[in-house]
Design a binder for this molecule. Structure first.
Ligand SMILES: *Cc1c(COP(=O)(O)O)cnc(C)c1O
Length: 407
């Protein structure tokens, strides 16, 4: 079908996501998916073409004059991500952490102060300790839902950095309230949106200025790519990020861009299935005598449920739970070791199930986490939920047997 025959009513999100970045037909035909365009050197017709492209790129246009700036595969992925997050420009980085570091370095200068939610992905603190402090930049951690953020803002505060739901325990933040405070003070807001894959949460629509994702997780979706994405909401912020992106020489390979784009096309169906399976597992855990708490915002019993319902249109495959009294950290490790269908591993967002003993106390400076019972983080994958539940059942039984022996 040609563009002329395309329907004119506003397109749904899945339609936009599936068709953004599709290559144009050439000579009457073409592939559905964009080819992998690998290159370092770009050739030019003549010096005038070279000068023209250079000027357009410096002016902020996304044209390629060298492999580092990315070619067709990168553009297609950027277009699809912009369609997903509703932003102005997308920047592709070699990992989720490098996307976070890019934002912090691009927006903060010596003497600047930034407020960071204390429940964010913990390696953010490594960027702080090992890089930002040396540059004379101060990050201050606040406890979302407890601290008065407006009272923490200083004259040199330039950035509010959040993640919702948070890592490990999935605390849902009131992002519209936080972005309203930041806007009053002229402070930019960056939100890590990895949890939703960009599909059922739109931080930019809720007032954030930058959305960051580890595309490593749900966008790539197959545990075989490392990648980060920064999406900006305005030309001014795009320019700031572009300057640091250029200066740091950041880029990704065309093969990785291709894999992320390929994953992105099936993001909505994968996430819906992760949610269905995770909900079954979470509900089963909720009634288990060896479990004291289940962390999953889609459960009505979760403290973040009301905010989640207001701001999100779905949930993912991450479910954490705390053991009931009497189970110590070693037994929690025994539980994870006893699982057959959940691999023991960090990261998440692939099609497979994972389990890890989490350490939420390590995230906190304000010790909002005061429980002492060990927490296990599950990534509920696309296997049959009945098999996953049977696996959890036998692992709990092993822990119970061991606890009885020790008593
Ligand atoms: C995994 C993760 C990151 C980092 O992504 P990498 O690609 O592993 O560097 C950032 N934020 C969140 C919330 C994550 O879960």
């Amino acid at each position: 079908m040609s563009q002329q025959n395309a329907p004119h009513h506003p397109l749904g999100a899945a339609t936009r996501l599936l068709h953004a970045g599709t290559p144009p037909l050439q000579g009457g035909s073409g592939p559905v998916n964009v080819p992998v365009v690998r290159t370092s050197t770009v050739r030019f017709e003549d010096s005038a073409a070279y000068a023209d492209l250079h000027h357009r790129r410096v002016a902020g246009e996304r044209v390629a004059s060298y492999g580092r700036h990315g070619l067709d595969t990168h553009r297609a992925l950027e277009d699809a991500v912009i369609a997903l997050e509703g932003g102005h420009r997308a920047f592709l980085t070699p990992s989720g952490l490098s996307a976070i570091a890019l934002v912090l370095v691009a927006l903060l200068s010596p003497g600047d102060h930034a407020l960071v939610a204390d429940s964010v992905y913990s390696p953010v603190r490594r960027v702080d300790d090992s890089l930002l402090q040396r540059l004379g930049i101060t990050l201050e951690y606040f406890s979302p839902g407890q601290d008065d953020v407006a009272a923490l803002i200083r004259p040199n505060t330039k950035l509010l950095y959040v993640e919702s739901p948070s890592s490990l325990l999935y605390e849902v933040l009131d992002l519209p309230a936080l972005t309203a405070i930041a806007r009053q003070h002229g402070i930019a807001v960056a939100a890590d949106n990895t949890w939703s894959g960009g599909w059922f949460y739109q931080p930019l629509a809720l007032g954030a200025n930058l959305s960051i994702q580890a595309a490593t997780k749900y966008i790539a979706g197959h545990s075989d790519v490392m990648q980060g994405i920064v999406v900006t909401d305005s030309p001014a912020l795009s320019q700031k990020i572009a300057v640091a992106y250029e200066a740091l020489g950041l880029t990704i390979g065309a093969d990785d861009a291709y894999l992320a784009l390929r994953g992105l096309r099936t993001l909505p169906v994968r996430l819906a299935q992760h949610q269905r399976h995770a909900t079954q597992v979470a509900e089963w855990l909720l009634q288990h005598p060896q479990v004291s708490r289940v962390f999953y915002p889609a459960l009505p019993s979760d403290p973040g449920h009301a905010l989640w319902k207001r701001d999100f249109s779905g949930a993912n495959g991450l479910v954490s739970f705390a053991f009931a009294n009497g189970v110590d950290a070693r037994s929690a490790e025994g539980f994870v070791d006893a699982l057959h269908h959940f691999a023991l591993g960090a990261s998440w967002g692939g099609y497979e199930s994972l389990a890890l003993v989490a350490q939420p106390e390590r995230l906190r400076e304000h010790s909002a986490w005061q429980d002492t019972q060990p927490v296990v983080r599950l990534h509920v994958g696309l296997e049959d939920p009945a098999d996953l539940i049977a696996d959890l059942h036998q692992a709990f039984a092993q822990v119970a047997a061991r606890t009885r022996l020790a008593a």
